[in-house]
Design a binder for this molecule. Structure first.
Ligand code: M6R
Length: 365
């Protein structure tokens, strides 16, 4: 049931404050301001030398954001690959380490094959899944459920932000176990996480501005997305969302890679969407934006209140998000990129819930 929405995708975008709130309440003790995992882990984070993550599509990009979190908060090296590569790479794995899989459906063929490989290599298998009765859930040593509810739209939205929520809770738990995250810092991040549903509701209020902007984006043949740090995977996610439902060619790049090639593409015809909350790499991203502006590129900047004040650049549009702690900012900044892809595709008259050539669950290779 789509309720009052035109598409499931719209409904699912709007549901995010609620389902992210529900998911985080499952992993966090809100009064104590600390993570309390609702599962028994068959390993101790402090014994791990490495985590290997594999997944596909949007779930892979959630994993890529969590790499930054696990490395920063828990100082664990993380290896990550798309499952279709991982499964055939014959990656050497030391028994007793952690292999982490992320999947909405829990049925994706390549992710499942990777899981079986890792299991045979003696890894502890932990899966972040949305469908608790899925094959991956059954074959894992332990599952960390996302409580996104049924996701119908082929373009994953609420499953993604719930995956991020669970992965952050795991990274915080890992940081505590390894003594790399103080109780005080844990409380700061957990309090920030508890604030995320409210900030996502705020983000959704930019929908009208984004809808108008989408008309401009719909005219483009190509769109470039740029970001640094955790905004880099978000740039990839923005490009993936736009491609799959509007069929506009889009690419995501690490902002620092701009001058290693893609800068050659910049002209007035190609919108450049820059995702840059005011975090520790903000200044660096701003200088990449200046390079785009100097070549006549049209910038759509997605930032926060502080970033909007400090960017000091002429943009085609600036979408201003509420301030969020930098660790949780990617969860909030996911909302405008979803809305932009959605409204662009709707404006172009595309079937956003059932894009051509795509299936909700990719159970064949
Ligand atoms: O069910 P899964 O999370 O394993 O699916 C993985 C990808 O097929 C999926 O995220 C796909 O990329 C989405 N259509 C993206 O919106």
């Amino acid at each position: 049931d789509k309720g009052n929405y035109r598409h499931f995708m719209a409904k699912e975008i709007h549901e995010q404050p609620e389902v992210v709130g529900r998911t985080l309440a499952h992993y966090v003790n809100c009064t104590a301001g600390r993570v309390e995992l609702p599962i028994d882990l068959p390993f101790d984070f402090k014994d791990l030398k490495r985590i290997s993550i594999s997944a596909c599509g949007t779930a892979y990009l959630a994993g890529l954001i969590s790499k930054y979190w696990f490395e920063r908060l828990a100082r664990i090296p993380v290896e990550i690959d798309v499952a279709s590569e991982f499964r055939y790479r014959e990656a050497p794995m030391e028994p007793g380490e952690l292999a982490l899989f992320v999947s909405q459906s829990g049925e994706t063929a390549d992710t499942l094959a990777s899981l079986r490989y890792a299991s045979a290599e003696g890894q502890h298998v932990l899966s972040v899944v949305n469908v608790p009765t899925s094959t991956m859930a059954r074959e894992s040593d332990v599952i960390a459920s996302t409580l996104a509810g049924v996701e119908v739209g082929v373009a994953s939205t609420k499953a993604f932000t719930c995956q991020l929520t669970v992965l952050l809770a795991l990274a915080i738990a890992a940081g505590r176990a390894r003594g790399t995250l103080s109780a005080e810092d844990e409380k700061t991040i957990v309090d920030a996480l508890i604030g995320v549903p409210g900030l996502m509701s705020e983000a959704i209020k930019r929908e009208h501005q984004i809808e108008i902007l989408a008309r401009e984006v719909s005219k483009a043949k190509d769109v470039l997305y740029l970001g640094r740090g955790t905004s880099y995977p978000l740039a990839l996610e923005g490009a993936l969302k736009l491609k799959e439902i509007s069929y506009i060619h889009a690419e995501g790049y690490a902002a620092g890679e701009l001058k290693h090639g893609p800068i050659a593409l910049i002209d007035e015809a190609m919108p450049v969407i820059v995702i840059a909350p005011h975090d520790s790499v903000f200044e660096k991203t701003v200088s990449n934006m200046q390079e785009v502006a100097a070549r006549g590129g049209r910038i759509i900047l997605i930032t926060d209140e502080k970033g909007a004040l400090e960017a000091g650049l002429d943009t085609m549009a600036t979408i201003v998000m509420p301030m969020a702690h930098p660790i949780v900012a990617p969860i909030v900044h996911a909302v405008p990129i979803q809305l932009l892809a959605y409204h662009t595709a709707v404006f172009m008259g595309k079937d956003v819930d059932q894009p051509r050539n795509l299936a909700k669950s990719v159970t064949v290779e």
